[in-house]
Ligand binder design. Structure first.
Ligand code: PNW
Length: 465
């Protein structure tokens, strides 16, 4: 027992699941190998003007060829669990038909490597890489895509159900629906608010069908979904600001939480969306499927939204992330931000977890992503990311506070294990605990935050302040 073990500490519950997360398109590369076909992100990133500097995921972190090395790094960190996603276009290249055995083999190798190192695999079925042929048939705004997702889920659970216990269906349906189909800043880059609302519904329908497929394939699986949640705060007490916050909260949080956990869409949200859609795409029985009981809920937390009423008479034009509420204005309070420009707000994590627990569910909760982008510099072969370390530290203290107040938080996954392809920002934003030197044979350099996180995991806690 070393000197660091002395002194008071904030301990986490025994068995707390310490992890790190990634996503297939952001790290794998090998975009055309072993039968993989294009997803909407291949198409999008290869379309001029969509991703900063024309970056693509063609090579990414070349994780596809470096699985052994990367799992070794995870083991050095002492990770208890690793959250990764399966690329649909690797496993079922065109989005329908039989499995591509070579694609499944890759994930079987990854999972076996994890298990051999005592790391619990946590599998996400959909982290945004829809096979392009399904988008060509209409994508998520079309009902049939939900059924395709369930078919794909069956292929994966048949192949990996014997060795993977933790499953999440979707990662962040808000991003898939509203960034993908309303503002169009994510793939497939469409700007049709009504289509975005339909996409959100069919994503959740696909989730419900996938949960049923997972239960059939592995009855003792731990099954959930990951949503990205934000506290939404009015800039002032003025009624207009309070109403703006209600509207954005409806789209950011309740659009997903209510169907998934209560089996209904909020009435005020439906009213806000009246000019966008009549919800005619919702069929009898859909909401019961969407609300199929879960074993856990994954929460991704990054920041808070602070909003204010639309300016008098101002019609906002142009694509928006917020169908039906495009005119709401987002305010920066002047508090410190990350390299994404996102305000750093650790108390928002406590608020978010408490709200889910108090208003929605007693299910075990997991923070399936939390982290920050900062500019890193390599000095003498080291990366001292004090800012990222402080972000993790403050948010873990918040997670601890939530647990102390009675929230059943069972694990925490840092975003991300590695620097990677940050979607529309390409490789220009770094979220990793491990630096990736893209110009130097993809060298991996654990940052200060990685060493610190390893110590947190080893102690199962943080030094008391
Ligand atoms: C999440 N927004 O994405 C994703 O799950 C990760 O793949 C991603 O790398 C990470 O967070 C960091 O961005 C988001 O605009 C992307 O609100 C955009 C938003 C939220 C989450």
């Amino acid at each position: 027992v070393g000197v660091l073990d002395q002194g008071p500490q904030l301990s986490f519950p025994p068995g707390f699941l310490w992890g790190a997360a990634t996503a297939a398109y952001q790290i794998e590369g090998a975009a055309t190998e072993a039968g993989r076909k294009p997803s909407i992100w291949d198409t999008f990133s290869h379309t001029e003007g969509r991703v900063v500097e024309g970056h693509t995921g063609d090579v990414a972190c070349d994780h596809y060829h470096r699985v052994a090395e990367d799992v070794r790094l995870m083991a050095e960190l002492g990770l208890k669990s690793y959250r990764f996603s399966v690329a649909w276009p690797r496993v079922q290249p065109t989005g329908s038909g039989p499995a591509n055995q070579q694609g499944l083999d890759f994930y079987r190798r990854l999972v076996d490597e994890l298990l051999a190192h005592g790391i619990e695999p946590w599998l996400t079925l959909y982290h945004w890489d829809l096979p392009q042929p399904l988008e060509d048939e209409g994508g998520w705004p079309v009902r049939d895509t939900a059924g395709r997702f369930a078919d794909y889920t069956r292929l994966v659970v048949d192949a990996l159900g014997d060795r993977v216990r933790y499953w999440t269906t979707l990662n962040e349906p808000w991003c898939s629906a509203f960034l993908g189909y309303s503002s169009g800043v994510h793939a497939p880059g469409r700007t049709d608010p009504a289509a975005a609302v339909r996409a959100g519904h069919h994503l959740m329908l696909g989730h419900g069908l996938a949960v049923q497929a997972l239960r059939a394939g592995r009855p003792d699986a731990e099954v959930g979904v990951t949503v990205n949640l934000y506290p939404v705060t009015p800039a002032t007490d003025a009624p207009g600001d309070v109403d703006a916050a209600r509207r954005i909260d409806g789209l950011a949080n309740r659009f997903f939480l209510d169907p998934l956990l209560r089996g209904s869409y909020p009435a005020d949200l439906r009213a806000d969306l009246r000019a966008v859609t009549d919800f005619g795409h919702v069929r009898d029985g859909d909401l019961a499927v969407i609300a199929t009981p879960l074993d856990l809920l994954g929460v991704n937390y990054y920041s808070r939204h602070v909003v204010t009423a639309p300016a008098e008479g101002a019609e906002r034009s142009g694509p928006s992330d917020w169908p039906g509420s495009a005119d709401v204005r987002f305010v920066k309070r002047g508090v410190p931000v990350t390299d994404m420009g996102w305000e750093i707000d650790a108390p928002g994590l406590v608020e978010t977890l408490r709200r889910v627990h108090d208003e929605y569910t007693d299910l075990p909760l997991y923070v399936t992503e939390n982290g920050s982008a900062f500019v890193d510099t390599v000095v003498d072969g080291r990366v001292d990311d004090a800012d990222r370390l402080a972000y993790f530290d403050s948010h873990l203290r918040a997670a601890h506070a939530a647990i102390s107040s009675g929230v059943p938080l069972r694990g925490y996954f840092a975003w991300s294990l590695l620097d990677n392809f940050e979607w529309a920002w390409g490789y220009t934003k770094r979220f990793g605990m491990i630096y990736v030197d893209y110009d130097n044979d993809q060298a991996r350099i654990p940052k200060s935050s990685a060493r610190w996180y390893a110590e947190v995991i080893r102690r199962n806690g943080l030094a008391a302040q």
